[in-house]
Design a protein. Structure first.
Length: 397
């Protein structure tokens, strides 16, 4: 209910679930024993968000690619709630896939991983799976714009209809250079579509006095080009591909989407082709072809906020020891024993919030602890690298 209220009050597009915690008992040899509770949380929060958010709002997951391997419980849950998701956005910078060699003949890991998600989870609908990049905060997995363009081009040869790309993190997209370059290579997420030649607009009938005029949605008829989009698909290059009951609404100069209605803060029908009137007993002249604008490159779909927890980076060099114990208590007037310093990693209780830190599982050395700063193993401390990332280690380097 809190998330639904936040989306409503702030006018957000929806909710992205970025879960990077354990979800199976004894996972990776740990003592974690709240697997059933974690799985119920993942399943329940997804289904309830879909049922309680208003129509047109987005629900997505952005798991680590290692958690989206067939056979894991997280994979099985995503498959179970697939109909409730608009996008699945694997973080392809966490160990399973190397972005720079993805979809090459020498590295089939990305192709196998992506294909399993498209075919097994979403029954062949590639527009629901997004390829996640890290620009400059993931040692060993950082991908510059030119490399990302090559990955996108190879991905489109296998999946011309795909969910696009997302990237971590916006602060590293200086002046929008990375995103604009990759968006130009991405183009339409359903491959190259030849646009219809522009024709002069047909006159619209006089407006009736009531109701007050409202923006007229684009046509919902099937496009002559044969391209048929689904609801929630991007439609900037083919604005008349949306299915019955939805229209191609324009959010801004970069993005348009098949939706049942137009949000109040979108541009709606600006620069989209006017609808072809349905046959009625009145007009006798056949409708003229609809005008359309040449396709413009669409950026990385931005249906969701960026992930809140960064990936687990690889250690780069041995850390320089620094003291981590709290300061020595100041002496008191009476000769009493000084208070014992509090432990760096306080124990957790069974009542800990499963969606916050899951301290029943201790994070090992070099493990990320951004969202769970008190969950490091004994002898380790959660050191903050930046506002985006913290890591369990013996000392801060």
């Amino acid at each position: 209910e809190q998330l639904v209220n936040i989306v409503s009050v702030q006018g957000f597009d929806g909710v992205d679930i970025d879960y990077e915690y354990y979800y199976e008992n004894g996972q990776k040899g740990s003592s974690f024993a709240r697997g059933t509770e974690a799985q119920n949380f993942l399943r329940g929060v997804t289904q309830k968000l879909r049922s309680q958010l208003p129509a047109g709002k987005i629900v997505s997951h952005a798991p680590m690619d290692s958690d989206m391997v067939q056979g894991t419980q997280y994979y099985n849950i995503i498959k179970e709630v697939a109909d409730d998701l608009d996008f699945l956005m694997p973080q392809y910078y966490n160990g399973v896939v190397r972005p720079e060699t993805a979809f090459t003949s020498n590295d089939q890991t990305a192709l196998t991983h992506f294909t399993n998600l498209v075919d097994d989870v979403f029954s062949g609908d590639g527009t629901k799976v997004t390829f996640g990049f890290c620009i400059n905060d993931c040692p060993g997995y950082n991908t510059d714009s030119s490399t990302a363009v090559q990955v996108v081009q190879r991905m489109k040869t296998y999946f011309p209809c795909n969910g696009g790309v997302f990237f971590w993190v916006s602060n590293d997209d200086s002046q929008g250079l990375w995103s604009s370059t990759v968006a130009a290579a991405l183009g339409s997420n359903c491959g190259n579509v030849t646009p219809k030649p522009p024709t002069p607009p047909t006159p619209s009938p006089p407006a009736t006095p009531s109701p007050p005029p409202t923006p007229e949605p684009p046509s919902t008829t099937s496009p002559p080009s044969g391209v048929q989009c689904n609801i929630w698909d991007s439609c900037g290059a083919t604005p008349d591909c949306c299915p019955s009951g939805s229209s191609c609404y324009k959010q801004d100069q970069y993005y348009s989407q098949c939706r049942p209605s137009c949000p109040s803060d979108w541009e709606c029908n600006d620069q989209t082709p006017p609808p072809t009137p349905k046959p009625t007993p009145g007009p006798t002249d056949p409708p003229t072809p609809q005008p359309t604008d040449p396709p413009t490159p669409e950026p990385t779909p931005k249906p969701t906020p960026e992930p809140t927890d960064p990936p687990t980076p690889e250690p780069t060099s041995p850390p320089t020891p620094e003291p981590t114990n709290p300061p020595t208590p100041e002496p008191t007037p009476e000769p009493t024993d000084p208070p014992a310093p509090e432990p760096t990693n306080p124990p957790t209780s069974p009542d800990d919030d499963i969606g916050v830190h899951l301290c029943s599982n201790r994070i090992s050395r070099w493990g990320g602890c951004t969202a769970a700063p008190y969950c490091c193993e004994d002898g380790l401390t959660c050191f903050e690298k930046s506002r985006w990332y913290a890591q369990c280690d013996i000392s801060c380097s």
